[in-house]
Design a protein around this ligand. Sequence first.
Ligand SMILES: NC(=O)c1ccc[n+]([C@@H]2O[C@H](COP(=O)([O-])OP(=O)(O)OC[C@H]3O[C@@H](n4cnc5c(N)ncnc54)[C@H](O)[C@@H]3O)[C@@H](O)[C@H]2O)c1
Length: 255
Amino acid sequence: MRLKDKVAIITGAGSGQGKASAKLFASEGASVVIAEWNEENGKQVEQELVNAGYTAVFMKTDISNEENVRSVIDQVVERFGRIDILFNNAGIGFSSRSRYKMAPLLETPLGDWNQILSINLNGVYLMSKYVLPIMIKQESGSIVNNSSLNGVLGVTGADAYTASKGGVVALTRVMAVDYGKHNIRVNCICPGAIDTPMIAEVLDNEKIAKSYATNPLRRVGKPEEIAHAALFLSSDESSYITGLIMPVDGGWSVA
Ligand SMILES: NC(=O)c1ccc[n+]([C@@H]2O[C@H](COP(=O)([O-])OP(=O)(O)OC[C@H]3O[C@@H](n4cnc5c(N)ncnc54)[C@H](O)[C@@H]3O)[C@@H](O)[C@H]2O)c1
């Protein structure tokens, strides 16, 4: 019960890494808020957790919409009275290819660039903007941001996505510096290729799938492997760690 009595908000908890984290955090004793814009998936995860005897609630959230974010955080405080953990996990990427162009800079239209940044980067800003005052009042809190290896390496082919994830890395560092004095820790995970719906289409391409598995551990990661990293950074076990940019990538970034 490493998160006993803690209240955790996980964005994008209706799928992939967020869903795996919701399950793990709940099983470790946290009350989990599933902040997700896909109603069907969010409700399904809520049902699954409640059926297992855990405390979980789905709150429909678009992390890029300030009014929506403000109202969700108000509801969380009304219901639970505190917020101990914010896992800024939600994001859009390769799964959204039909909606947004994932391409090098010259082929990226401004509209798509803005949309991708408004979710992947502004979403982290907005959620943090409304959660931080609660954590400052409590004089404690842990924020974990989900970036990507794209945020630290020059991974080509999705330049708006890459810029958004680089922004998340930079924001993590400065938030850790600014809010450490309030006993708030801010850390960041940089996943490599993780087998979730986000890259399902990409993994369907045998050649790309093979290239994703050329890291030292010779395989793509599982969403549960990110959930465990998020659990460590969220829990008091990492109480002296802040500003960490942690690759969870099968060794991809050092090979
Ligand atoms: N899968 C990978 O290989 C990989 C690699 C590096 C980083 N990441 C990052 O990990 C995070 C989780 O992705 P995943 O792999 O679990 O993908 P996923 O597509 O399975 O899950 C993302 C979730 O975020 C939700 N979401 C998207 N926009 C939202 C919004 N505006 N408001 C609320 N919810 C929203 C989606 O509905 C979905 O449930 C993302 O930030 C992603 O960029 C993924």
